[in-house]
Ligand binder design. Structure first.
Ligand code: AMP
Length: 218
């Protein structure tokens, strides 16, 4: 199963991708996580992208395309992958198509997590992340056991710089201007499935899994 998760920041793409990874064993490729990890390791290309990331703006298409293509080439992508946070522009969608063609791979489904703007805001503003293992929490919807530390590795949780209110508004504007058009792009290719994402994590996950089962994709 080769899947793209599409939807605004805060729709729950990362959370759902993580649940799907655990259940079906597919590789979770999050361009945001790859960029943040590269930044922590002092990668010079990621360092150039840091200003855009902190401001909630998009990193150049060339940089993300080359990161994704090299990740897709690795052997662990052979059993299926989930793209989370990519593509985000039509140039990225076209570049992805070309890269998949070169690699002899394809996309089986684009799952669009549809969610209202107020819900997105509350999710992003309440999100807390582990700076060590990238686990995601939410102060109300998914608190960690002791509210402050990561359940997986015990590191102190933080709020991402780009989850601050002003940056969140900028990210949503950029999503509307540059990413939302991909819904029609993938609908016209008959790959798009829309699912209402304004609901509890587990029930959304079960509905996603049953879509895959119905279509015999899992
Ligand atoms: P995310 O964790 O997906 O919200 O990504 C965090 C930040 O990384 C974004 O605000 C962008 O600055 C950058 N980023 C992640 N994925 C992409 C992408 N596909 N295209 C451009 N920039 C990206």
């Amino acid at each position: 199963m080769n899947l793209i998760l599409l939807g605004p920041p805060g729709a729950g793409k990362g959370t759902q991708a993580d649940l799907l990874r655990k259940r079906f064993g597919w590789l979770h490729i999050s361009t945001g996580d790859i960029l943040r990890r590269a930044l922590r390791m002092g990668n010079p290309i990621a360092r150039q992208a840091q200003t855009q990331m902190d401001r909630g703006e998009l990193v150049s298409d060339e940089v993300v395309l080359s990161l994704v293509e090299s990740r897709l080439k690795e052997p662990d992508a052979a059993g299926g992958y989930i793209l989370d946070g990519f593509p985000r522009t039509s140039a990225q969608a076209q570049g992805l198509e070309a890269a998949l063609h070169r690699l002899g791979k394809q996309i089986d489904m684009v799952l669009y997590l549809d969610i209202s703007a107020p819900m997105v805001l509350s999710r992003l503003l309440g999100r807390r992340v582990c700076p060590n293992c990238e686990a995601n929490f939410h102060v109300v919807n998914r608190p960690s056991v002791d509210d402050k530390r990561c359940d997986r590795c015990g590191t102190l949780l933080v709020q991402r710089d780009d989850d601050q209110p002003e940056t969140v508004q900028r990210r949503l504007k950029i999503y509307n201007e540059q990413t939302e058009g991909l819904i029609d792009y993938y609908r016209s290719r008959e790959l798009l499935i829309r699912i209402i994402a304004d609901r509890p994590i587990d029930s959304l996950h079960e509905d996603i899994a049953s879509i895959f089962h119905q279509r015999k994709l899992a």
